[in-house]
Design a protein around this ligand. Structure first.
Ligand code: PLP
Length: 396
Protein backbone atom coordinates (compact mmCIF):
# COMPACT_ATOMS: atom_id res chain seq x y z
CA UNK A 1 0.00 0.00 0.00
CA UNK A 2 1.03 3.56 -0.59
CA UNK A 3 1.12 6.34 1.90
CA UNK A 4 -2.28 7.80 1.00
CA UNK A 5 -1.52 11.18 2.54
CA UNK A 6 1.50 11.53 0.24
CA UNK A 7 -0.47 10.29 -2.76
CA UNK A 8 -3.15 12.87 -2.05
CA UNK A 9 -0.56 15.61 -1.61
CA UNK A 10 1.04 14.69 -4.91
CA UNK A 11 -2.25 14.61 -6.78
CA UNK A 12 -3.65 17.78 -5.32
CA UNK A 13 -1.85 20.63 -7.06
CA UNK A 14 -1.67 23.95 -5.25
CA UNK A 15 -4.23 26.50 -6.40
CA UNK A 16 -1.35 28.63 -7.71
CA UNK A 17 0.17 25.80 -9.78
CA UNK A 18 -3.31 24.86 -11.05
CA UNK A 19 -3.88 28.40 -12.34
CA UNK A 20 -0.39 28.56 -13.82
CA UNK A 21 -0.96 25.33 -15.77
CA UNK A 22 -4.38 26.56 -16.85
CA UNK A 23 -2.71 29.74 -18.15
CA UNK A 24 -0.17 27.74 -20.15
CA UNK A 25 -3.06 25.88 -21.78
CA UNK A 26 -4.91 29.13 -22.58
CA UNK A 27 -1.78 30.67 -24.07
CA UNK A 28 -1.68 27.86 -26.63
CA UNK A 29 -5.32 28.48 -27.55
CA UNK A 30 -5.70 32.27 -27.51
CA UNK A 31 -2.07 33.36 -27.90
CA UNK A 32 0.54 34.23 -25.28
CA UNK A 33 -0.10 37.98 -25.51
CA UNK A 34 -3.81 37.58 -24.71
CA UNK A 35 -3.38 35.84 -21.36
CA UNK A 36 -2.63 37.92 -18.25
CA UNK A 37 -0.95 35.43 -16.00
CA UNK A 38 -0.52 36.92 -12.53
CA UNK A 39 -0.53 33.52 -10.84
CA UNK A 40 2.99 32.58 -9.86
CA UNK A 41 5.78 34.31 -7.94
CA UNK A 42 8.51 33.49 -10.43
CA UNK A 43 10.98 36.42 -10.53
CA UNK A 44 10.75 38.37 -13.81
CA UNK A 45 13.72 40.69 -13.26
CA UNK A 46 16.84 39.10 -14.80
CA UNK A 47 19.41 37.45 -12.60
CA UNK A 48 22.03 40.18 -12.04
CA UNK A 49 25.20 40.27 -14.16
CA UNK A 50 27.42 39.97 -11.08
CA UNK A 51 25.78 36.58 -10.39
CA UNK A 52 26.30 35.39 -13.97
CA UNK A 53 29.92 36.58 -13.86
CA UNK A 54 30.55 34.78 -10.59
CA UNK A 55 29.14 31.53 -12.04
CA UNK A 56 31.56 31.84 -14.98
CA UNK A 57 34.47 32.79 -12.73
CA UNK A 58 33.89 29.77 -10.51
CA UNK A 59 33.62 27.43 -13.49
CA UNK A 60 36.85 28.84 -14.92
CA UNK A 61 38.86 28.81 -11.71
CA UNK A 62 37.67 26.01 -9.39
CA UNK A 63 38.49 22.41 -10.36
CA UNK A 64 35.22 20.75 -11.43
CA UNK A 65 35.54 17.86 -9.00
CA UNK A 66 35.65 20.42 -6.18
CA UNK A 67 33.06 22.80 -7.61
CA UNK A 68 30.48 20.11 -8.27
CA UNK A 69 31.43 17.70 -5.51
CA UNK A 70 29.77 17.20 -2.12
CA UNK A 71 30.30 19.86 0.49
CA UNK A 72 29.78 19.09 4.20
CA UNK A 73 26.14 18.35 5.01
CA UNK A 74 25.43 21.86 6.42
CA UNK A 75 27.33 23.55 3.58
CA UNK A 76 30.87 24.52 2.58
CA UNK A 77 32.65 25.96 5.62
CA UNK A 78 33.83 29.10 3.77
CA UNK A 79 30.27 29.76 2.58
CA UNK A 80 28.82 29.37 6.08
CA UNK A 81 31.54 31.75 7.32
CA UNK A 82 30.66 34.29 4.62
CA UNK A 83 26.99 34.14 5.65
CA UNK A 84 27.78 34.55 9.35
CA UNK A 85 30.16 37.46 8.62
CA UNK A 86 27.43 39.09 6.55
CA UNK A 87 24.87 38.77 9.35
CA UNK A 88 27.37 40.08 11.88
CA UNK A 89 28.42 43.08 9.78
CA UNK A 90 25.00 44.03 8.51
CA UNK A 91 22.86 43.41 11.58
CA UNK A 92 25.35 43.53 14.45
CA UNK A 93 24.55 40.00 15.65
CA UNK A 94 27.62 38.01 16.82
CA UNK A 95 26.92 35.09 14.47
CA UNK A 96 28.96 31.95 14.14
CA UNK A 97 29.47 29.92 10.96
CA UNK A 98 28.59 26.92 13.12
CA UNK A 99 25.00 28.14 13.33
CA UNK A 100 24.48 28.48 9.57
CA UNK A 101 22.97 25.67 7.50
CA UNK A 102 22.94 26.05 3.72
CA UNK A 103 19.89 24.55 2.10
CA UNK A 104 17.48 24.46 -0.85
CA UNK A 105 15.65 27.79 -0.67
CA UNK A 106 13.17 28.97 1.91
CA UNK A 107 10.95 25.94 1.34
CA UNK A 108 13.56 23.52 2.67
CA UNK A 109 14.59 26.01 5.37
CA UNK A 110 11.09 26.18 6.84
CA UNK A 111 10.46 22.45 6.48
CA UNK A 112 13.73 21.78 8.36
CA UNK A 113 13.08 24.41 11.05
CA UNK A 114 9.64 22.97 11.77
CA UNK A 115 10.91 19.38 11.80
CA UNK A 116 13.81 20.36 14.08
CA UNK A 117 11.42 21.68 16.72
CA UNK A 118 8.37 19.49 16.42
CA UNK A 119 7.33 17.06 19.15
CA UNK A 120 4.05 15.24 19.62
CA UNK A 121 1.15 17.54 20.44
CA UNK A 122 2.89 20.69 19.23
CA UNK A 123 1.22 23.62 17.54
CA UNK A 124 2.78 26.16 15.21
CA UNK A 125 1.08 29.54 14.99
CA UNK A 126 1.15 31.66 11.88
CA UNK A 127 -0.51 34.89 10.84
CA UNK A 128 -2.97 35.02 7.94
CA UNK A 129 -2.61 35.72 5.11
CA UNK A 130 0.28 33.24 5.02
CA UNK A 131 2.28 31.20 2.50
CA UNK A 132 0.11 28.09 1.97
CA UNK A 133 2.99 25.60 2.12
CA UNK A 134 3.40 26.27 5.88
CA UNK A 135 0.44 23.96 6.39
CA UNK A 136 2.16 21.17 4.47
CA UNK A 137 5.40 21.45 6.47
CA UNK A 138 3.68 21.74 9.85
CA UNK A 139 1.10 19.01 9.32
CA UNK A 140 3.76 16.83 7.67
CA UNK A 141 5.75 17.00 10.91
CA UNK A 142 2.70 15.83 12.83
CA UNK A 143 1.92 19.21 14.39
CA UNK A 144 -1.12 21.44 14.09
CA UNK A 145 -1.11 24.79 12.29
CA UNK A 146 -2.96 27.46 14.27
CA UNK A 147 -3.91 30.50 12.21
CA UNK A 148 -4.16 33.95 13.77
CA UNK A 149 -5.64 36.74 11.65
CA UNK A 150 -3.74 39.97 10.95
CA UNK A 151 -5.27 43.43 11.31
CA UNK A 152 -7.07 45.20 8.46
CA UNK A 153 -3.77 46.53 7.05
CA UNK A 154 -2.26 43.01 7.21
CA UNK A 155 0.00 43.82 10.14
CA UNK A 156 0.27 41.89 13.41
CA UNK A 157 -2.77 41.82 15.62
CA UNK A 158 -1.07 41.21 18.96
CA UNK A 159 -4.36 40.63 20.80
CA UNK A 160 -5.31 37.93 18.33
CA UNK A 161 -1.86 36.38 18.70
CA UNK A 162 -2.20 36.50 22.47
CA UNK A 163 -5.21 34.23 22.10
CA UNK A 164 -3.61 31.94 19.51
CA UNK A 165 -0.31 31.30 21.34
CA UNK A 166 -0.76 28.86 24.21
CA UNK A 167 0.79 26.03 26.15
CA UNK A 168 1.02 23.79 23.05
CA UNK A 169 2.73 26.41 20.89
CA UNK A 170 6.23 25.41 19.79
CA UNK A 171 6.87 28.32 17.44
CA UNK A 172 5.35 31.27 15.67
CA UNK A 173 6.07 31.58 11.94
CA UNK A 174 6.21 35.09 10.50
CA UNK A 175 6.94 36.28 6.97
CA UNK A 176 8.07 39.83 6.20
CA UNK A 177 7.98 41.24 3.54
CA UNK A 178 4.86 39.21 3.17
CA UNK A 179 3.55 36.96 0.48
CA UNK A 180 0.71 37.65 -0.43
CA UNK A 181 0.18 41.16 1.00
CA UNK A 182 3.56 42.91 0.67
CA UNK A 183 3.31 44.08 4.30
CA UNK A 184 6.63 44.70 6.10
CA UNK A 185 6.63 44.24 9.89
CA UNK A 186 7.96 47.27 11.77
CA UNK A 187 10.41 47.31 14.69
CA UNK A 188 7.48 48.18 17.00
CA UNK A 189 5.59 45.11 15.86
CA UNK A 190 8.60 42.85 16.39
CA UNK A 191 9.07 44.37 19.86
CA UNK A 192 5.46 43.66 20.75
CA UNK A 193 5.67 40.13 19.33
CA UNK A 194 8.87 39.50 21.22
CA UNK A 195 7.33 40.68 24.51
CA UNK A 196 4.36 38.41 23.89
CA UNK A 197 6.56 35.37 23.17
CA UNK A 198 8.67 36.03 26.25
CA UNK A 199 5.54 36.22 28.40
CA UNK A 200 4.05 33.08 26.82
CA UNK A 201 7.33 31.16 27.16
CA UNK A 202 7.38 31.99 30.88
CA UNK A 203 3.78 30.85 31.28
CA UNK A 204 4.53 27.65 29.37
CA UNK A 205 7.77 27.05 31.26
CA UNK A 206 9.50 26.33 27.93
CA UNK A 207 10.89 28.33 25.04
CA UNK A 208 8.54 29.31 22.24
CA UNK A 209 10.57 29.86 19.09
CA UNK A 210 10.21 32.40 16.32
CA UNK A 211 10.67 31.20 12.73
CA UNK A 212 11.26 34.19 10.46
CA UNK A 213 10.68 33.38 6.79
CA UNK A 214 12.49 36.06 4.75
CA UNK A 215 12.83 35.28 1.05
CA UNK A 216 11.78 38.87 0.21
CA UNK A 217 14.09 40.72 2.65
CA UNK A 218 15.84 42.60 -0.16
CA UNK A 219 12.66 43.40 -2.11
CA UNK A 220 11.30 46.53 -0.49
CA UNK A 221 10.25 49.95 -1.70
CA UNK A 222 11.61 52.18 1.03
CA UNK A 223 10.46 50.29 4.15
CA UNK A 224 13.16 49.08 6.50
CA UNK A 225 13.02 45.37 7.35
CA UNK A 226 14.10 45.00 11.00
CA UNK A 227 16.21 41.93 11.76
CA UNK A 228 14.21 39.53 13.99
CA UNK A 229 17.24 38.18 15.92
CA UNK A 230 17.75 41.68 17.27
CA UNK A 231 14.31 41.51 18.87
CA UNK A 232 13.80 37.93 19.95
CA UNK A 233 16.54 35.59 21.15
CA UNK A 234 15.04 32.26 20.17
CA UNK A 235 14.85 32.98 16.46
CA UNK A 236 15.48 30.72 13.48
CA UNK A 237 15.97 32.72 10.30
CA UNK A 238 14.94 31.10 7.01
CA UNK A 239 16.50 32.96 4.10
CA UNK A 240 16.47 32.33 0.37
CA UNK A 241 18.21 33.74 -2.69
CA UNK A 242 15.28 32.73 -4.93
CA UNK A 243 13.73 36.18 -5.15
CA UNK A 244 16.53 38.58 -4.21
CA UNK A 245 18.88 37.27 -6.92
CA UNK A 246 16.23 35.79 -9.25
CA UNK A 247 17.61 32.30 -8.62
CA UNK A 248 14.35 30.51 -7.81
CA UNK A 249 15.16 27.46 -9.93
CA UNK A 250 18.60 26.95 -8.40
CA UNK A 251 17.16 26.09 -4.97
CA UNK A 252 19.51 27.87 -2.61
CA UNK A 253 19.12 29.58 0.76
CA UNK A 254 20.11 29.14 4.38
CA UNK A 255 18.96 28.70 7.94
CA UNK A 256 20.63 30.83 10.61
CA UNK A 257 20.07 29.92 14.27
CA UNK A 258 20.38 32.94 16.52
CA UNK A 259 23.50 32.85 18.71
CA UNK A 260 21.30 34.35 21.45
CA UNK A 261 18.97 31.31 21.43
CA UNK A 262 18.85 29.16 24.52
CA UNK A 263 21.15 26.16 23.86
CA UNK A 264 21.83 27.46 20.34
CA UNK A 265 24.29 24.62 19.61
CA UNK A 266 21.72 21.97 20.47
CA UNK A 267 19.15 23.77 18.38
CA UNK A 268 21.59 23.79 15.48
CA UNK A 269 22.20 20.05 15.94
CA UNK A 270 18.44 19.54 15.69
CA UNK A 271 18.46 21.57 12.45
CA UNK A 272 21.22 19.30 11.10
CA UNK A 273 19.24 16.24 12.21
CA UNK A 274 16.08 17.49 10.52
CA UNK A 275 18.02 18.31 7.35
CA UNK A 276 19.40 14.79 7.38
CA UNK A 277 16.02 13.18 7.98
CA UNK A 278 14.37 15.19 5.22
CA UNK A 279 17.24 14.56 2.81
CA UNK A 280 18.31 18.20 2.57
CA UNK A 281 22.04 17.78 3.02
CA UNK A 282 24.75 19.49 1.00
CA UNK A 283 22.80 22.23 -0.79
CA UNK A 284 23.69 22.80 -4.48
CA UNK A 285 27.45 23.28 -4.29
CA UNK A 286 28.01 25.71 -7.16
CA UNK A 287 25.24 28.00 -5.96
CA UNK A 288 26.41 27.95 -2.35
CA UNK A 289 29.59 29.59 -3.65
CA UNK A 290 27.82 31.93 -6.05
CA UNK A 291 25.64 33.22 -3.22
CA UNK A 292 28.55 33.63 -0.81
CA UNK A 293 29.86 36.28 -3.20
CA UNK A 294 26.48 38.03 -3.51
CA UNK A 295 25.33 38.39 0.10
CA UNK A 296 23.14 41.41 0.78
CA UNK A 297 22.94 42.27 -2.92
CA UNK A 298 19.86 42.06 -5.07
CA UNK A 299 18.45 42.18 -8.56
CA UNK A 300 17.10 45.48 -9.88
CA UNK A 301 14.28 46.08 -7.40
CA UNK A 302 13.32 49.31 -9.17
CA UNK A 303 11.75 47.23 -11.94
CA UNK A 304 9.39 45.65 -9.41
CA UNK A 305 8.70 49.07 -7.90
CA UNK A 306 7.73 50.40 -11.35
CA UNK A 307 5.38 47.42 -11.87
CA UNK A 308 3.87 47.90 -8.44
CA UNK A 309 3.24 51.60 -9.00
CA UNK A 310 1.76 51.03 -12.44
CA UNK A 311 -0.59 48.25 -11.37
CA UNK A 312 -1.57 49.73 -8.03
CA UNK A 313 -2.30 53.10 -9.66
CA UNK A 314 -4.36 51.60 -12.48
CA UNK A 315 -6.37 49.20 -10.32
CA UNK A 316 -7.21 51.71 -7.61
CA UNK A 317 -8.24 54.28 -10.18
CA UNK A 318 -10.61 51.71 -11.68
CA UNK A 319 -12.11 51.28 -8.20
CA UNK A 320 -10.39 48.15 -6.89
CA UNK A 321 -9.39 48.22 -3.22
CA UNK A 322 -5.91 47.26 -2.10
CA UNK A 323 -3.46 48.12 0.69
CA UNK A 324 -0.29 49.51 -0.97
CA UNK A 325 2.41 46.83 -0.66
CA UNK A 326 5.71 47.85 0.99
CA UNK A 327 7.70 44.90 -0.29
CA UNK A 328 7.74 41.55 -2.17
CA UNK A 329 6.01 41.51 -5.58
CA UNK A 330 2.35 40.91 -4.90
CA UNK A 331 -0.83 42.99 -4.71
CA UNK A 332 -3.55 41.64 -2.45
CA UNK A 333 -6.75 43.01 -3.90
CA UNK A 334 -10.27 42.85 -2.50
CA UNK A 335 -12.41 40.58 -4.64
CA UNK A 336 -15.58 42.17 -5.98
CA UNK A 337 -17.69 39.46 -4.40
CA UNK A 338 -17.31 37.65 -1.10
CA UNK A 339 -16.38 34.37 -2.70
CA UNK A 340 -12.80 34.81 -3.94
CA UNK A 341 -12.85 31.51 -5.83
CA UNK A 342 -15.95 32.58 -7.77
CA UNK A 343 -14.32 35.97 -8.46
CA UNK A 344 -11.13 34.33 -9.71
CA UNK A 345 -13.24 32.06 -11.95
CA UNK A 346 -15.04 35.05 -13.38
CA UNK A 347 -11.73 36.85 -14.01
CA UNK A 348 -10.71 33.93 -16.23
CA UNK A 349 -13.41 35.04 -18.68
CA UNK A 350 -11.12 38.01 -19.42
CA UNK A 351 -7.98 35.82 -19.36
CA UNK A 352 -6.97 37.33 -16.01
CA UNK A 353 -5.33 34.75 -13.76
CA UNK A 354 -5.70 35.89 -10.14
CA UNK A 355 -5.08 33.59 -7.18
CA UNK A 356 -8.05 33.36 -4.77
CA UNK A 357 -7.05 34.10 -1.18
CA UNK A 358 -8.58 31.10 0.58
CA UNK A 359 -5.41 29.00 0.62
CA UNK A 360 -3.60 31.98 2.23
CA UNK A 361 -6.00 31.61 5.17
CA UNK A 362 -8.42 34.49 4.43
CA UNK A 363 -11.44 34.82 2.19
CA UNK A 364 -12.49 37.65 -0.10
CA UNK A 365 -9.21 38.65 -1.82
CA UNK A 366 -7.10 37.72 -4.81
CA UNK A 367 -3.33 37.79 -5.09
CA UNK A 368 -1.81 39.39 -8.16
CA UNK A 369 1.87 38.61 -8.76
CA UNK A 370 3.37 41.60 -10.51
CA UNK A 371 6.68 39.90 -11.22
CA UNK A 372 5.78 39.88 -14.88
CA UNK A 373 6.96 41.90 -17.89
CA UNK A 374 5.62 45.46 -17.77
CA UNK A 375 3.86 44.94 -21.11
CA UNK A 376 1.66 42.24 -19.55
CA UNK A 377 0.50 44.73 -16.93
CA UNK A 378 -0.16 47.41 -19.54
CA UNK A 379 -2.11 45.04 -21.79
CA UNK A 380 -4.20 43.78 -18.86
CA UNK A 381 -5.91 47.09 -18.01
CA UNK A 382 -8.89 46.70 -20.38
CA UNK A 383 -9.50 43.22 -18.93
CA UNK A 384 -9.45 44.56 -15.35
CA UNK A 385 -11.82 47.33 -16.45
CA UNK A 386 -14.29 44.90 -18.01
CA UNK A 387 -14.16 42.68 -14.94
CA UNK A 388 -14.85 45.66 -12.68
CA UNK A 389 -17.72 46.85 -14.82
CA UNK A 390 -19.29 43.42 -14.82
CA UNK A 391 -19.69 43.77 -11.04
CA UNK A 392 -20.25 47.52 -10.81
CA UNK A 393 -21.82 48.69 -14.07
CA UNK A 394 -21.47 52.44 -14.45
CA UNK A 395 -24.84 54.15 -14.77
CA UNK A 396 -25.25 55.99 -18.08
N1 PLP B 1 8.18 31.51 1.81
C1 PLP B 1 7.47 32.40 1.12
C2 PLP B 1 6.74 33.45 1.86
C3 PLP B 1 7.43 32.35 -0.28
O1 PLP B 1 6.73 33.26 -0.95
C4 PLP B 1 8.15 31.34 -0.94
C5 PLP B 1 8.10 31.21 -2.40
O2 PLP B 1 7.35 31.84 -3.11
C6 PLP B 1 8.87 30.43 -0.17
C7 PLP B 1 8.86 30.54 1.20
C8 PLP B 1 9.68 29.35 -0.82
O3 PLP B 1 10.80 29.96 -1.38
P1 PLP B 1 11.96 29.15 -2.13
O4 PLP B 1 11.63 29.18 -3.58
O5 PLP B 1 13.19 29.90 -1.82
O6 PLP B 1 11.97 27.78 -1.58
Amino acid sequence: MLNKTMQHLGEERSVIRELFEYGNGRKKIVGEENVFDFSIGNPSVPTPDFVQKEIRRLIDTVPPEVLHGYTSAPGAQEVRKAVSDHIETKFGVPMSANLVYMTCGAAASIAIAVEALCEEGDEFVTVAPFYPEYRIYVEGSGAKLVVSQSDEKFHLDIEALDKAVGKHTKAVIINSPNNPTGAVLSAEELKALSALLEKKSLEKGETIFLIADEPYRELTYGAEVPFPMNFYHDTILCYSFSKSLSLAGERIGYIAVSPFACHADDLFSAVCGAGRRLGFVCAPALFQRVCAASLGKSCDVEKYRANRDLLYGALTSLGYECVPPEGAFYLFVKALEENAVAFSERAKKYELLLVPSDSFGVGGYVRISYCVPRAVIERSFPAFKKLYEEYRPRSL
